[in-house]
Design a protein around this ligand. Structure first.
Ligand code: HEC
Ligand code: HEC
Length: 219
């Protein structure tokens, strides 16, 4: 009996996932085919899939994949530190309720946009805060103010708070830094800037060396 129940549970979970995927697909199609698609495409980099969200089956992750892909790519909770999320979620929820800024664009886009209720909005925010980027404690990293920490300090706080090196082990960091490099290329492509002479380039080796020194010890 238990096995049957587990089987039914699995089936329901699969259906749920299929419906969620379909919902994401529908959302993406709506905004990518809108005349404003190119502008909306630029708001957040692509690359985070629903399955890569922290605790992907939790109610908070599901709310994020239901509501937060209706106008742009899926946001990652780690994109901002906890204190930053309430203001952003407020701004987004107002938009979904048709009371945001960017009037005309948003009113066209609003056709078919679903807004979370109070309870859902609170659960969504709690999820984003719980899984937010951990801000680094600068006092714990005296090297930050010195040349050895400079490449990391300058490059890695452009889009979010300076991340804590303890978030990953030394062997995990290089892949994360490579992804950030892609996020940066995406942003440069989107904004259309060319590297200006003298502009700090991403000094990947220095950044990885700094992170490796302070990384979480591998278990
Ligand atoms: C109705 C359309 C719409 C929906 C739905 C929406 N957003 Fe946005 N979002 C926007 C627009 C437009 C911008 C760019 C302007 C701005 O930053 O306010 C944006 C920008 C962002 C940014 C980048 C700006 C920043 O401050 O980092 C994040 C992060 C974000 N949204 C998160 C979310 C989250 C989380 C949700 C779900 C709770 C969500 N969005 C749902 C329209 C939407
Ligand atoms: C162009 C903007 C941008 C820059 C610059 C940037 N990041 Fe990120 N970062 C993001 C975005 C977007 C996310 C969420 C999506 C993701 O994880 O790719 C993120 C998420 C993260 C995360 C949480 C995800 C995880 O896997 O732990 C860490 C840690 C991180 N960044 C570290 C860094 C480091 C280190 C640098 C400097 C080399 C850096 N970031 C520079 C945009 C950026």
């Amino acid at each position: 009996m238990r096995q049957v129940l587990a089987g039914v549970g699995l089936l329901l979970a699969l259906c749920d996932a299929a419906i969620a995927d379909q919902g994401m697909e529908d959302s993406r199609r709506r905004w990518s085919e809108s005349p404003h698609g190119p502008m909306l495409e630029r708001i957040l980099p692509p690359g985070v899939e629903a399955a890569q969200l922290p605790s992907p089956d939790s109610p908070g992750a599901r709310l994020t994949t239901r509501y937060c892909v209706q106008c742009h790519n899926l946001p990652s909770p780690a994109m901002h530190h906890a204190e930053k999320w309430p203001g952003i979620v407020d701004r987004m929820v107002l938009r979904m309720r048709g009371r945001g800024n960017m009037g005309k664009l948003m009113s066209e886009m609003m056709a078919g946009v679903k807004a979370p209720g109070e309870f859902e909005a609170r659960a969504l925010l709690a999820y984003l805060k719980r899984n937010a980027q951990q801000r680094l404690d600068a006092k714990a990293y005296p090297e930050l103010g010195q040349p050895a920490g400079e490449a990391f300090r300058i490059a890695c706080r452009q889009c979010h708070t300076l991340p804590d090196p303890k978030r990953h082990s030394a062997s995990e960091w290089p892949a994360v830094v490579t992804r950030m490099q892609r996020n940066m290329e995406w942003m440069n492509r989107v904004v259309g800037t060319r590297p200006v002479q003298g502009e700090p380039q991403l000094r990947v080796e220095e950044i990885n060396a700094f992170l490796a020194r302070y990384a979480r010890k591998a278990d």
